[in-house]
Design a protein around this ligand. Structure first.
Ligand code: NDP
Length: 278
């Protein structure tokens, strides 16, 4: 089984660079998908209260043959629980749903800048971190302006910023800002939900490397230093996405994939996204 490299977060906690994402996996299918991922060798699961499957993620880890302490678990604060007290309560719910006796990384899911300031919410995550209840805390979908505001007024620098990032949205300025600020960049929708897999540049590298397009794109992320967690409910793809540590892309191939950037999002723009569940 391949060894997945880890990245050291700014507080000394290590995160496996490849994980398994469970967005859009129905609760009923989550235990099976996470079980397959753990059997394949994944030791990092990315979930969120918004996905409705935290409980099933915790169940799959608890009933697996893997030591639960070896599995890094991230969850995220849902948009309807911004604010200091609401965020503390939301974390308690996530803690109970996962039922692992710990949370490795807890993120503000979206900044919601049109609805108000996120600093009170971040204060709650700082408290959770300082009390040792989450090993690390961070943010998701934060743009440079949001990070400047947050870092300028905080004791705790976010350990990670989880953003949409793939060959059609390479996010070079935001990645550079994260790096300068010692914030790990996590790439969500790393294969653009499949949307980059037919790209002729990626297909041609894949043919030359005798790999699949998904493997080429995931390998590109790993070599850039991103944390990735592709989602799949297809066992063969879950295994395929894990087999990316026995080949390398050279500088030309890396540049060719990065050159596909079109600043094209598959998801919402964090500056305007204001979805709050009932
Ligand atoms: P991905 O880029 O991981 O793509 C998932 C899609 O690609 C699924 O339709 C899957 O199909 C298909 N797929 C997976 N592997 C392969 C493969 N090897 N070949 C062909 N098709 C493949 O998209 P996600 O949006 O799910 O992003 C991954 C994770 O990022 C999420 O699960 C979640 O954890 C996180 N995320 C975070 C967000 C945030 O706001 N913080 C927003 C969105 C995602 P199938 O399942 O049928 O195999």
């Amino acid at each position: 089984m391949a060894t997945v490299p880890t990245l050291r977060l700014n507080n000394g906690v290590d995160i496996p660079q490849l994980g398994f994402g469970v967005f859009q996996i129905r609760p009923d299918d989550t235990v099976e998908a996470v079980t397959t991922a753990l059997q394949t060798g994944y030791r990092h699961i990315d979930t969120a209260e918004m996905y409705g499957n935290e409980k099933e993620v915790g169940e799959a880890i608890a009933k697996s043959d893997v030591n639960p302490d070896e599995v890094f678990v991230t969850s995220k604060l849902n948009n309807n629980y911004h604010g200091f007290d609401a965020a503390l309560r939301a974390f308690d719910r996530t803690w109970e749903a996962l039922d692992l006796g710990r949370v490795d990384l807890f993120l503000i899911h979206w900044p919601l800048p049109t609805l108000g300031d996120f600093m009170d919410t971040w204060r709650a995550l700082e408290r959770i971190y300082q009390e040792g209840r989450a090993k690390a805390v961070g943010v998701s979908n934060f743009e440079i302006a949001h990070l400047r505001r947050l870092v300028g007024a905080s004791e705790v620098v976010p350990a990670a910023n989880q953003i949409e990032l793939h060959p059609y949205l390479t996010q070079a300025p935001l990645r550079a800002f994260d790096a300068q600020t010692d914030i790990a960049t996590e790439a969500w929708s790393p294969i653009a939900q499949g949307g980059v897999l037919d790209d002729p540049v990626i297909v041609s590298i894949a043919q030359r490397q005798e790999r699949t397009p998904a493997q080429v794109v995931l390998r590109w992320h790993i070599q850039l230093g991103n944390v990735v967690f592709p989602k799949s409910t297809t066992p063969q793809r879950i295994r395929e996405n894990f087999q990316i540590f026995d080949f390398e892309l050279d500088a030309n191939d890396m540049a060719a994939v990065s050159g596909l950037n079109r600043d094209e999002r598959t998801g919402p723009d964090p500056n305007t996204f204001d979805y709050v569940p009932e």
